[in-house]
Write a protein that binds this ligand. Structure first.
Ligand code: SME
Length: 157
């Protein structure tokens, strides 16, 4: 298993391509969504060395913290609040190059500088979000968006 976590070579798209194949094989062996979230968060996090990588699950009118890797995080985020709640409300991915420029950003950690939030859709409903934080500015771009949107589809496949 350890070798699955070591994807050091290649450019970003190549690393995502290999990671995605590994995630496909891991989710194929486990149907429970929380178990899948746990391993997916770990695999993304350790592949790229992000600051915080995890899931929030939609429950009523709020998001509740799910499996994650990284430091302690806020446990509940209301619909429409922060980057996570905004991505949920708008039903699309939000890339934030500088969190200080995003009005209403929720700072779970003062070390976070940039962020990407990808909603998870099943049968037309958003069931949660994948949230990734970086300690660097402008870490995330269209390549991250494209691959992370594919990865969250595997979660509900
Ligand atoms: N920054 C997020 C909150 C979650 S933490 O980053 C883990 C937001 O603004 O929604």
């Amino acid at each position: 298993m350890a070798e699955h976590l070591e994807i050091a070579a290649g450019n970003k798209a190549e690393r995502y391509a290999l990671l995605t194949r590994q995630i496909e094989s891991v989710v194929a062996g486990e149907s429970d969504q929380i178990a899948r979230m746990a391993n997916i968060a770990s695999m993304i996090h350790h592949t790229f060395g992000f600051w915080w990588t995890g899931f929030y699950r939609a429950d009523g009118n709020e998001l509740i913290l799910g499996p994650f890797q990284g430091p302690l995080a806020c446990t509940r985020i209301a619909f429409g609040r922060g980057v996570c709640g905004t991505a949920w409300r708008e039903e699309h991915t939000i890339v934030v190059p500088d969190v200080e420029q995003f009005e209403g950003h929720i700072a779970c950690s003062s070390a976070s500088r940039s962020e990407i939030v990808v909603p998870i859709r099943t049968n037309g409903t958003i069931i949660g979000v994948l949230d990734i934080d970086s300690r660097e500015l402008a870490t995330f771009d269209a390549t991250d968006q494209e691959w992370l949107e594919r990865i969250v589809e595997l979660l509900v496949a």
